[in-house]
Design a protein around this ligand. Structure first.
Ligand SMILES: *Cc1c(COP(=O)(O)O)cnc(C)c1O
Length: 361
């Protein structure tokens, strides 16, 4: 079993069973005598991996035929620019600013010539909540949200009803964490290294009627090219796609997204309950917008935070340090973190509190 519980925000812990399976078949994929990383992306064996991976994702998220699924590179960060380039018609887009990644998404859109209207923002309170948004979206090419704010620990549990205006969501840190009604969105994108596997792959789910708006773009930046070439216009990130396939099998084996969501809520509740009663640790987000994927917390004393982080490292709790913009600690508890891992973290927090003589019990 695992030696260490890894709370990294990404690249993040991967289901242990997936790592084992990848190891088992690494030297010879499907008894071919060749590794999955050695075979051509045009081979029938790999084309099957791609097709099966797409089929599994469609099945878990109930993605209809109105949508294309693309396996791209460049991370979620390249999507910050590709989306405005491809979806540009009028040249104006609405962004809801809920954190560091939203800021970056909006900045990139401006760099490629989009007029960005920030229609709601929670920057007045260090992004510790999801702001209310206006309801008239007419005149925009799309509305952009960051569905889960990885650094700040907030989540949209309801989405803007944008009617005919496409809703675009960066779901990098919460895709597959719970069931999702994809039909509410024009486009969903996610870097794979949080809930979908390893770095190097970005999944884009795009409504087919948005594919043709490109404005003479370089082919690598054109969604329609990637769609028509079935994500193999050039060499796709083959190993990352293969790992995504294994992760999707694992999610299905866990009982699918309903069960995954139930477990994710249990995990987050355990940690929030602990934080809410702790005399030493405080959560930075309160109320209904709390993320069940990324949970930042602080002691309020930088030196004590540092000491706690070191204590964690000595007790098999890795990568608990918070993002430098938020400080303190952050527990990223994606799908691959079992309840046992969260309980281990809470035990270490309790032991540290007791050690410092400030525990409540
Ligand atoms: C991690 C993350 C990104 C950046 O992803 P890259 O793949 O490194 O470009 C963007 N948005 C969100 C919400 C993230 O969590």
């Amino acid at each position: 079993m695992r030696e260490v519980w890894n709370f990294s925000a990404g690249p993040a812990q991967i289901p242990y069973e997936v790592l084992q399976k990848a190891q088992e078949e690494f030297l010879s994929y499907d008894n071919s005598g060749m590794s999955i990383v050695e075979i051509s992306h045009r081979s029938s064996a790999f084309i099957k991996v791609m097709e099966e991976t797409e089929r599994k994702l469609r099945s878990l998220l109930h993605i209809s035929d109105d949508y294309g699924v693309l396996f791209l590179q460049g991370g979620a960060s390249l999507q910050f620019a590709m989306i405005p380039m491809n979806l540009k018609k009028i040249g104006k887009a609405a962004y809801i600013n809920t954190g560091n990644w939203s800021v970056k998404a909006a900045e990139e859109a401006e760099r490629v010539g989009m007029q960005v209207d920030v229609i709601a923002s929670s920057d007045d309170k260090n992004f510790n909540y999801i702001p209310a948004w206006p309801t008239d979206f007419s005149g925009y090419d799309y509305v952009h949200i960051t569905s889960n704010n990885t650094l700040e620990g907030t989540t949209f549990y309801e989405f803007p009803q944008t009617g005919d205006v496409p809703l675009v969501a960066d779901m990098s840190s919460n895709i597959l964490s719970e069931p999702l009604d994809v039909s509410q969105f024009g486009l969903i994108y996610a870097g794979a290294q949080k809930n979908l596997g390893i770095a190097g792959l970005t999944v884009v789910i795009i409504k087919k009627d948005l594919l043709k708006h490109q404005n003479q773009l370089p082919k690598m930046l054109d969604f329609n090219q990637h769609y028509e070439k079935e994500s193999a216009y050039n060499t796709p990130p083959t190993f990352a796609i293969y790992i995504l396939g294994l992760v999707l099998d694992w999610v299905a084996e866990q009982g699918g997204l309903e069960r995954i969501a139930e477990r994710n809520r249990t995990k987050a509740q355990l940690l929030y309950d602990y934080l809410d009663q702790s005399e030493m640790f405080q959560p930075t987000v309160f109320g209904k917008d709390r993320s069940i994927m990324n949970i930042p917390f602080i002691t309020g004393d930088d030196a004590l935070d540092k000491e706690f982080i070191q204590y964690c490292e000595q007790h098999k709790i890795a990568t608990i340090k918070g993002h430098r913009l938020i400080g303190g600690m952050r527990a990223s508890i994606y799908n691959a973190m079992p309840i046992e891992g969260v309980q281990a973290l809470i035990d270490v927090m309790q032991a540290f509190e007791d050690l410092k003589g400030r525990g409540t019990n």
